[in-house]
Design a protein around this ligand. Structure first.
Ligand code: NAG
Ligand code: NAG
Ligand code: NAG
Ligand code: NAG
Ligand code: NAG
Ligand code: NAG
Ligand code: ZN
Ligand code: ZN
Length: 374
């Protein structure tokens, strides 16, 4: 039965891929150039910070950032899939997670240059010219960023970008892309990804401009999640997508990580449509010494929704709220990029996940948490 449904998905995919406009979204490559297989597992990668790698193979390890080969395998797969994308969204985070002392500016620049060169080897254009993409530097608002503490509008970005969005209001739709997402983290209670005051401002802005902003695309959490922005009357007005990372890294204490993931969006400009996620089973790839990237799921198919517009995502969020929701279990498996189907998310884990899906501001999020009685 599983096999049959798998075949159906592939069939559907082969039909779908002939349709409409497409783009890829990749994020959090985190190249670790020190990755190498060696007897002493504590020396496999700098990014494990001296902790022995778990099961290092040619495509990586769940305690390490990406070896170059893993990143190449992702790009090769994207090339071979031959979607003829109009553009690629790349939402940052290239350098490895190593102690600050070991990450000089030169190393960071080298890694970013390397990743830019590598991807250009596969694609001649990274961003389509004249595209209605508004790229927001949300790193400015990232909570640990000490430089921006107490600034109301770091780099004057709100002002500038808003002017830009306003100017396109009559003619165009806008996709907002950024590294650090708005809203609450799906795995930590009461915690926004950007500083709370900026999150409040951003939510207000996106509510205000929801008629122009057709979608928001982020990375940074390394996990696959969705959010739907509700306006003050509770009406869904914006779809928000957080794409999983290519790097499989986790810290030793985390119960799970993510398999490497990349994704494509297929859309008609009028009713932007589909999200298709691909993944590499890292354990299997290492065992077989071969990278077999696969289709993981087609969002509309997996959850039986019409499209990925705000009202559909909202309908889905309401289904997630139900006890023993099979849809939520599936969503949680996708969240980890099919890392381990035996892991479940219930109680507090589920509350935090589901509140984060449809409550992005402090007031409604707190109400959601309070309602769950936690
Ligand atoms: C990027 O880095 C990898 C690993 O260090 C190296 O093998 C590769 O040649 C570099 N590529 C470019 C384009 O600099
Ligand atoms: C930010 O503002 C608070 C309260 O006004 C003040 O205590 C703190 O020193 C300020 N921090 C910085 C980095 O300016
Ligand atoms: C909302 O949009 C209106 C009209 O463009 C503008 O005047 C106002 O400043 C905006 N408010 C926010 C919070 O962005
Ligand atoms: C990934 O591969 C491992 C090893 O072959 C297998 O046990 C596991 O079930 C696979 N996971 C998925 C989601 O297929
Ligand atoms: C998957 O999760 C189950 C349940 O927590 C655990 O027993 C098992 O060891 C995990 N498998 C892997 C490969 O991590
Ligand atoms: C989260 O925030 C809510 C509402 O502000 C509060 O009642 C609750 O105690 C907080 N929980 C934690 C663990 O911080
Ligand atoms: Zn990252
Ligand atoms: Zn990040």
């Amino acid at each position: 039965f599983l096999l049959l449904s798998q075949i159906c998905i592939y069939l559907q995919w082969s039909i779908l891929r002939a349709c409409c406009s497409k783009f890829w979204h990749i994020s959090d490559l985190h190249l670790d150039p020190t990755y190498h297989i060696t007897e002493d597992h504590s020396k496999v990668c700098f990014s494990s910070k001296g902790i022995p790698a778990l099961d290092p193979g040619v495509f990586g390890d769940f305690l390490c950032d990406s070896p170059y080969r893993l990143i190449l395998s992702a790009f090769s797969y994207m090339k071979q899939a031959d979607l003829q994308p109009e553009f690629i969204i790349w939402t940052g985070d290239s350098p490895p997670h190593v102690p600050k002392e070991e990450l000089s500016t030169d190393v960071v620049i080298d890694v970013i240059a390397n990743m830019t060169h590598t991807i250009r080897g596969f694609y001649s254009l990274v961003i389509k010219p004249g595209l209605r993409l508004v790229s927001l530097n949300t790193n400015l608002y990232y909570s640990p960023n000490q430089v921006t503490v107490n600034m109301t509008d770091p780099a004057g970005q709100f002002q500038q970008k808003l002017e830009k969005v306003k100017r396109t209001r009559c003619t165009d739709h806008v996709y907002v892309i950024a590294h650090v997402p708005i809203g609450y983290l799906p795995y930590a209670i009461n915690t926004t990804a950007v500083r709370e005051s900026y999150n409040e401002q951003l939510v207000k802005i996106f509510r205000n401009y929801s008629d122009v902003v057709q979608g928001q695309f982020y990375g940074h959490t390394h996990r696959d999640s969705i959010m739907v922005l509700l306006d003050q009357q509770g009406k869904p007005v914006n779809s928000i997508f957080v794409t999983p990372a290519v790097t499989p890294i986790k810290s030793l204490l985390e119960p799970y990580s993510n398999n490497p993931g990349v994704r494509a969006y297929l859309y008609h400009p009028e009713n932007y449509g589909l999200l298709v996620s691909f993944y590499l089973n890292l354990t299997e790839a290492n065992l077989e010494q071969k990278s077999d990237w696969k289709l993981e799921y087609i969002m509309t198919e997996a959850f039986d929704i019409d499209d990925i517009q705000p009202h559909s995502l909202h309908e889905l969020a309401l289904r997630f709220e139900q006890p023993q929701s099979k849809d939520f279990d599936k969503y949680f498996n996708h969240f980890m990029v099919s890392y381990n189907f035996s892991l479940t998310c219930e109680g507090l884990c589920k509350t935090i996940q589901v509140c984060a899906v449809h409550f992005l501001d402090q007031e409604t999020y707190s109400q959601c948490i309070a309602k769950a009685g936690i």
